[in-house]
Design a protein around this ligand. Structure first.
Ligand code: HEC
Length: 101
């Protein structure tokens, strides 16, 4: 059910509306934002071009969201977010579906 909704969303967002203002675009913005944490770093500081993210294919969806949260907490010194938050969902979609490896 959930997977279908995501697939539909992706289809809509990439074809009909372009990328701007979609969850994928939000995910990219957040990936590059230093505002998620407190140490002036962004995800992209340590994972430029998807570096260090080679293993994400082996994580299931919930595990991947948790990894995102762990990096927010440990690597960015930020506050973990609810796993169903729009922000986690957007970064999750970005990692799964962008051209990052
Ligand atoms: C200070 C550096 C640093 C920052 C900033 C950082 N990470 Fe990480 N991240 C790591 C390290 C180190 C690992 C472990 C990598 C490994 O096992 O090769 C990791 C692992 C991961 C993994 C698991 C990848 C895998 O292949 O095992 C994900 C997903 C991830 N980070 C996402 C993020 C996201 C999303 C952000 C921003 C919220 C972020 N990271 C910010 C250093 C960082």
């Amino acid at each position: 059910m959930k997977t279908t909704a995501v697939a539909v969303l992706l289809l809509l967002s990439s074809s009909a509306w372009g990328l701007e203002g979609t969850p994928l675009a939000l995910g990219e913005t957040l990936f590059e934002a230093t505002s998620l944490g407190t140490n002036q770093k962004s995800c992209a500081s340590c994972h430029p071009g998807g570096e260090g993210l080679d293993e994400i294919a082996v994580y299931d969806d919930d595990q991947l969201k948790e990894m995102i949260n762990f990096c927010i907490r440990d690597a960015l010194k930020g506050e973990m977010m609810p796993l169903e938050s729009q922000e986690i969902e957007a970064m999750f979609l970005y990692l799964r579906h962008s051209s990052l490896p």
